[in-house]
Ligand binder design. Sequence first.
Ligand code: XMP
Length: 513
Amino acid sequence: MLNETVLVIDFGGQYNQLIARRVREHNIYCEVISYKTSIEEIKAKAPKGIIFTGGPNSVYLDDSPRMTEDIFKLGVPILGICYGAQFMVYGLGGKIGKANESAAAEFGRTECEFDTSSKLMKGLKESSIVWMSHNDYIEELPKGFRAIGHSAKCPYGAIEDPERKFYGTQFHPEVNHTEQGFDMLGNFLYNVCECKGDWTMEGYAETAIREIREKVGSGKALLALSGGVDSSVACKLMAKAIGSQLTCIFVDHGLMRKNEGDEVENAFKDSGINFVRVNAGERFLTKLAGVSEPEKKRKIIGEEFIRVFEEEAKKIGKVDYLVQGTIYPDVIESGTGDAAVIKSHHNVGGLPDYVDFKEIIEPLRLLFKDEVRKLGTTLGLDSKLVWRQPFPGPGLAIRIIGDITPEKVKILQDADAIFREEIANAGLERSINQYFAVLTNMRSVGVMGDGRTYDYTLALRGVSTSDFMTADFSRIPYDVLEKVSVRVVNEVGNINRVVYDITSKPPATIEWE
Ligand code: XMP
C-alpha cells in the first residue's frame, strides 16, 4: 500500500528539511524534491499536497529558482512559504514589492493577526507570534486570493485562494518561534489536503519488512554494525525480515564506552541472525601504541577497521546485499536526484568496496533521525541503543589526549560511566545532546588523605546543539558537576582534578581531538 504523499519543493530555503520533518510529525509521508523536477515526475507521485519552501532569492532575479507554471494546473493544494508564497503570487499574476522600495522587510519575531474562518487558521488564536525573514513582500494579490493574516508592516502575512486550494504565508510556520505554526501546517495537511495521516512507524516497519523479504528472496546480506543508532535499527529491521540470511559484523575496537560492546552483543545475539563480534581491542591498541597525533590516530583506526571487517567478510564469502544505515538527511544533502546515494563516510572506516556483493540495501533511507529512533522502539530495540548519543567512530581514542594505553582506556571508561550515571540521575539525559569525559594528558599536584598526589586531570564536556555543526556548552547544574567530581576522584583512581569545558563550537570543536 502506498502512503499518502506530500511533496516539499525545495527552492533553496534553509528550513526545507524542517518542513519535511514537521509534515512527518503529523503522520504524513513527504519527500523533498528539487524545483527542477519535471511535472510528469510530480504527477507520477500523486501528491495529496505540495509545499513550496522559502528561498534566498527575490523572484525578480534572473537566476532565482522557478518551476513551470503547470504546477498550478494540477488541481493539488499548494502551500507557499516565504519565497514559495511570493513565487506563487508572482506566477499567478500578483505583484511582489521589492525590499529597497519599501520599509516592509521584516526579520524575527513578529505579532500577526489571523482570520480564523480560513481552513488554514481553523481553531487557532486570532493573534500570535510568527517568525518572519523576508526582504521582498507581497504587494498585490492575484485574482481569487484574499488576506487571512497580517502584521503591522505586512498586509498579506498569510493568504488564500480557497477555491483553488492555494495558501501562502510570508512567515515560516515550520520553525518553533512561530507559535501556532505546527497547527497551521496540520490544518493545511488535514483540512485542505484532506490527508488521513497514514505514516506511522508500525506501518513503515511492516511494509519495509515485506519489501526486504521480497527483494532478498533466499539471498544473503551483510551488515557492518557499529552500535550507533542507525546501524542498530537497520540491523533489527533486517533481522526481523530475513533472520539467519543476515550476517552482522560488529568490530569491537576496544575503544567503546564502559560495557557498550556487551550491550550491543546482548541486543542482537539472540535475534536469529548470524552475529559476529570481533574483539579486536588488543590489535587496535598495538597499532596505536605511542601515537599521540589526533589525525594519525583517526587514520590508524579507520584503516584497521576496514582490515578487520575485510578479514571477517572473506570468511563469509560472496553475499548478495550489503546493508547500509543511510538516513534521509544524508539522501537530501547528496542531492534530491534519483540516483542511488551511497554514503561512504558512515561511521568508522567507510564503505568496504572490496566486499563482494551485488547490491546495496538502505532500509532507513526514507527516515529522519527521530523517526529512526521511533522505528527502533517499535521494533523493540534496547532503549540504551535507541537513545544512544552520537559517538565518534574512533571512540575513546580521540577522548584520550596524547598516547593511548590500556590503563588510560580503563580510567576513562570508568570516569565517563560515572558522568553518564549522574547525568541520568539528574534527569538530564535527553536535554543535553552530547556529554562525555575526556582524559587529558596533563598531570597536576593534589592532596588526598595526608599525602601528595600527582595525577591526571579529567575534563567533562556537555553541549547543546541541534546539528552538531555549532554547539553551546551546557549549563549543567553545579551540584551535578560536584557529585561527578567527588565520585570520579574517589572511585576511579589516577585522577585528582576534574574540570568542566565551557567553550562553545566554534571556536572549539565538540570532541577534543
Ligand atoms: P566535532 O568534534 O567535529 O564533532 O565538533 C561533531 C560531531 O561529530 C562526532 N564525530 C564523529 N563521528 N566519526 C563519527 O562517526 C568521527 O570520526 C567523528 N568525529 C567526531 C562528534 O562526536 C560530534 O557529535
